[in-house]
Design a protein around this ligand. Sequence first.
Ligand code: EPZ
Length: 423
Amino acid sequence: MDSIIVKGNGPLSGEVPIAGAKNTCLKLMCAALLSDEPLTLTNVPRLSDVATLGSLLESLGCEVARLADGRAMMISSADVTNLTAHYDIVRKLRASFNVLGPLVGRFGEAVVSLPGGCAIGARKVDLHLTALEALGATIDLREGYVHATAKNGLKGAEISFPFVSVGATENALCAAVLAKGTTVLRNAAREPDTVALAHCLQGMGADIEGAGTDTIVIRGVDRLHATTHRVIADRIELGTYMIAPAIAGGSVELIGGSRAIVAALADKLEEAGVEIVETDRGLSVSHKTGRVRAVDVTTAPFPGFPTDLQAQMMALMCTADGVATLEETIFENRFMHAPELIRMGAKIDVHGGTAKVTGVVQLRGAPVMATDLRASVSLILAGLAAEGETRVNRVYHLDRGYERVEEKLSGLGAQIERVADHG
Ligand code: EPZ
């Protein structure tokens, strides 16, 4: 297992290309199961989660071909031979649960392992299952697996989600595109990833209206066809690299980024004193002098402040001038980076879903442990601002969601390297 060593090294400068979005790409890959004609994706991020989902699709009988150096992918689901998604893969990658909707939608049956809990919370799938039941599937839970059947196909229905779930909206959307009749999803997710999924499905011939609003209307069609779809820029990677110059100082241009997909973060960074300018190629983010001001943040579904940027924002607030309150409303256990940041000299009090962060003048490097993907990168960001060396252990989490983070940051002048751990 590798570690990353970061040394606080002053201001950053240069440019970073923003990769295709992990959470979009994974759902598009699942959607490829809906057609017997191929789906070609471009701007595919080179991440271990993408590779893991590729293996799951292959285990179902799909052909998954990597093209253009791994930057494009062709998925053919013409010969799906197996309708069971095994625990071994689903437990590693929760997004694999999103093969359920496409499989039941196209084949009328599927057996998919329950994903189980994970480090950031219980992450139940009840909303996914009630949505499929509303569409006419029979759901049985046996030996840790969901057995879903709809022998005569799914039928359109009105589904009102009690709260916003990205994954459940996307599973229901995929299940509904081949259902008979009209489906209405209310209180649907408005995340750019969900909108991109709808656009891709439309490219495959689906009839969908309202993606990006809280009501999505889907009129079932008989079959979907081949298309080519470009994966949108990763707003969480973009947001992470926006926070880097805010915490370390300097000025960076984020190629391929746009303000619309990170507006809630951009507003908060500006309130904190960071300068953000849209350029022809993306976004330019600068913070030239002194500490940023403390700002309060509450996570919320899109267009609110993303939970996937809460850890990175906490790292920034650790060195801000003043006291910041960070409230996490999406996941019940997403402050595991706090004790690690405290090891670096941060002052953080966590009570339930609220963290009070009192900014300090200087963080100090320390060995720290990464507990999940976004926590890992928050510790790297803190390391950029710390005096001395920060060693982030267990960085395999990082490779799930960030392409070559050490290369991108060292390109900006950061002192950062990956080392192999022994023992
Ligand atoms: C997606 O997870 C993302 N993952 C997460 O990114 C992201 O944090 C999350 O959306 C929120 O934006 C992917 O897209 C692969 P939810 P998802 O269903 O779909 C509860 C990252 O770091 N809930 O919107 O699983 C759930 O427990 C990852 O890249 C139920 O109770 O999130 C959570 O508290 C982490 N029952 C809340 O809803 C359900 O059936 C929102 O979860 C479904 C969800």
